[in-house]
Design a protein around this ligand. Structure first.
Ligand SMILES: NC(=O)c1ccc[n+]([C@@H]2O[C@H](COP(=O)([O-])OP(=O)(O)OC[C@H]3O[C@@H](n4cnc5c(N)ncnc54)[C@H](OP(=O)(O)O)[C@@H]3O)[C@@H](O)[C@H]2O)c1
Length: 233
């Protein structure tokens, strides 16, 4: 049974990743800040157990608590992981401007969107090395693209995801035994994407799962969209 560990499994894209991987027979290790409040995740966990398809286990994890990330990696030492997905993310201060810098808000955005994914990848690298597929993914965004930025604004979010892309590329170069890539899910109807987004979580995640399944060592260090295309940096 292939295995996947992901952050932010409580709702949105993380919840959909958990649902689809479990339905496909995977062992899902879903992490979230408040497992007791993650009622949808608990429900698909029970359904997976009832249907005898993949299994889901849920662990409490604040992705921005790097000591907790290391402690969970230690608790799961010996476990082999095929795929690790740094999914948890935040908008940060959306209306920040050059004239009004929200330094703590911007720093927090970097902590969750840039540093936490790298901390996760570092902590679970040994588990991936024991796995078969050895894939480390992080959820980036089309808004991370510097070349594609023609609408401006969103300073904290854009810069934190662009920095994630840069950090993930270094991680890929430094760990050629793994396949490490950043993914953009499209604009999706989640709490973050809002109700007007064109893609349903099921569509986006079906696409991303196809992309992940098709990744080879030649793709390591890349930036890919949910439709399989290579994204502009
Ligand atoms: N939706 C889109 O259109 C879109 C587009 C491009 C990129 N993305 C990226 O895709 C990823 C998932 O987005 P989404 O749309 O599913 O967002 P969402 O609906 O806002 O859900 C965010 C998830 O991240 C979790 N999270 C936030 N901070 C956390 C922390 N410190 N520790 C652990 N979990 C934390 C949340 O957990 P709680 O329930 O505990 O708050 C929640 O599970 C993000 O990285 C986002 O930037 C989304």
């Amino acid at each position: 049974m292939p295995s996947v560990l992901l952050t932010g499994a409580s709702r949105g894209l993380g919840l959909e990743f958990a649902r689809q991987y479990a339905a496909d027979g995977w062992h899902v290790i879903g992490t979230c800040r408040d497992p007791a409040g993650a009622t949808e995740l608990q429900a698909i966990c029970r359904q997976a157990a009832g249907r005898n398809d993949g299994k889901i286990e849920i662990h409490a994890l604040d992705a921005g608590d790097f000591a907790a990330v290391a402690a969970l990696a230690e608790r799961l030492s010996g476990v082999a992981l095929d795929v690790v997905i740094a999914n948890a993310g935040i908008w940060g201060p959306r209306s920040m401007s050059a004239e009004q810098i929200d330094a703590p808000g911007w720093a927090e955005t970097f902590r969750i969107n840039t540093m936490a994914p790298l901390a996760l990848a570092g902590a679970f690298r040994p588990h991936l090395e024991r796995g078969t597929q050895r894939k480390a993914l992080a959820l980036s965004s089309a808004l991370a693209s510097i070349g594609g930025n023609s609408s401006g604004g969103l300073y904290a979010y854009r810069s934190s995801k662009a920095a994630l892309n840069a950090a993930w590329r270094s991680f890929a170069v430094d760990h050629p035994q793994l396949i490490a890539a950043v993914l953009q899910p499209g604009w999706v109807r989640t709490d973050m994407g809002g109700p007007g987004a064109p893609l349903a979580p099921a569509q986006s995640i079906a696409g991303l799962r196809r992309v992940i399944a098709g990744l080879t060592p030649a793709n390591s260090g890349g930036f890919y969209s949910h439709d399989g295309s290579t994204h502009e940096w």
